[in-house]
Ligand binder design. Structure first.
Ligand SMILES: C[S@@+](CC[C@H](N)C(=O)[O-])C[C@H]1O[C@@H](n2cnc3c(N)ncnc32)[C@H](O)[C@@H]1O
Length: 382
């Protein structure tokens, strides 16, 4: 098949995300030309050609990974699972000399031992090659060439190949961290939920390693989410189309707006973390667009400016509660005194501490940071 027609094959795909970001992800998918978009739990399914797969990996800000569904079937026993996986034409998806790993998500009483189910899938793939070639591809859990995903819900089984490879929150700009950094996908999703039209300033007063600032800058500038990343799972696929991939990157580069009017600024009380943030910002190619400095937010002022704060104060439950309650109380007081006319979004996993802010939230959005239930609280400061 020629380059032109090859990428017109339509693939069944699923993008995974965090709880609470499904709607944003589905609107991102619409923008890149995906079809048959359906919101699921912590995922969105869709269809698209190679162009959609490449754009999904390069541009989506709220996807953890993009899976290509290669086979769906019913299996109530491990033998049925084995037989169905063994029947797949694995030559199409995996080379004898490549390594692979099996990821699993299992919600099923038929397959209550998810590890055993994954082992069956591995055996079925290995036996496929051994029977045909008397040779087999090896398993590599840490850095596989191909990541194969097993999803089971009841007796419904799906086998997919991960087109992303490493998870898409690994944007490749954050090399060092100190305090618990925010996941890049959550940071991007949060910024996308705010109203950032008509602002002069975007400010993260407790910026830590700079994740919110970097994701915000990329959103405002229309810079691809994966601008700093070189590796993707699909680069090793038999159907990889070099010309198509390069043209997608070139076109995305042309869309970047380096003349934005929003001033993006960050502060943190910890000097060491500001040094780390500076490095990350530079790795992200944003040195000229984000200004940061070491500063205590408490009792600071920024009056008479139209601005938006998005921040993630400490909410570590290990920190002594009276200190954390006081930090939230003083944060609320600082906002009231020094940030009149601003909007502020505070993201926290500490339900008790946020009560001390002393302002009534206009909006509460529930998001999950791993297993921790968090809230994104919106305040209008009068
Ligand atoms: C949960 S971390 C933020 C993580 C950040 N979103 C990231 O992705 O790396 C909270 C940050 O608040 C900072 N902080 C705590 N009290 C502060 C204060 N009074 N003024 C400014 N920053 C403060 C801490 O130093 C820490 O870096």
């Amino acid at each position: 098949m020629s380059d032109r027609t090859e990428h017109k094959e339509i693939y069944k795909l699923t993008a995974k995300t965090f709880h609470g970001l499904e709607k944003i992800l589905s609107s991102e998918l619409k923008k890149i030309g995906a079809s048959e978009i359906t919101i699921l739990k912590r995922a969105v399914s869709f269809t698209g050609d190679l162009e959609v797969i490449y754009k999904a990996n390069y541009l989506l800000r709220t996807a953890i990974n993009v899976l290509w569904k290669i086979h769906t079937f019913k299996a109530k026993t491990s033998d049925e699972l084995y037989l169905n996986v063994n029947k797949i034409n694995w030559d199409k998806y995996l080379d004898l000399n490549e390594t692979f790993s099996i990821d699993k998500t299992v919600y099923s009483t038929f397959h209550s031992h998810s590890h055993f189910a994954a082992l069956k899938v591995k055996d079925a793939i290995v036996d496929y090659f051994n029977t045909k070639y008397n040779k087999r591809p090896s398993v590599n859990i840490k850095t596989p060439d191909k990541k194969i995903h097993l999803h089971i819900k009841g007796s419904e089984c799906t086998i997919s190949i991960d087109t992303s490879g490493d998870a898409l929150f690994k944007r490749n700009y954050r090399k060092d961290t100190d305090v618990a950094p925010l996941n890049e996908i959550l940071a991007a999703g949060m910024v996308m939920m705010t109203d950032y039209k008509d602002i002069e300033y975007f400010y993260d007063p407790m910026c830590g390693s700079g994740t919110i600032l970097i994701e915000a800058a990329r959103i405002f500038m229309k810079m691809p989410a994966q601008y700093s990343r070189k590796k993707f799972g699909f680069l090793k696929f038999a159907n990889y189309n070099y010309r198509l991939w390069n043209s997608i990157k070139r076109n995305a580069e042309k869309e970047i707006n380096r003349e934005i009017n929003i001033k993006i600024i960050g502060t943190d009380i910890n000097e060491k973390i500001i040094t780390i943030a500076r490095k990350n910002i530079s790795n992200a190619g944003l040195r000229h667009y984000i200004n940061i400095q070491t500063k205590d937010f408490i009792n600071s002022k920024f009056e008479n400016k139209r601005g938006l704060i998005v921040t993630n104060p400490p909410y570590d439950i290990r920190i002594k509660s009276e200190n954390i309650n006081n930090l939230y109380k003083e944060t609320g007081n600082t906002l009231k005194r020094g940030f009149k006319g601003w909007k502020a979004y505070i993201f926290s996993g500490n339900k008790e501490a946020v009560k001390n802010i002393g302002l009534k939230p206009e909006q509460k959005i529930i998001l999950f940071n791993g297993k921790i239930e968090c809230r994104l609280l919106k305040y209008e400061i009068y």
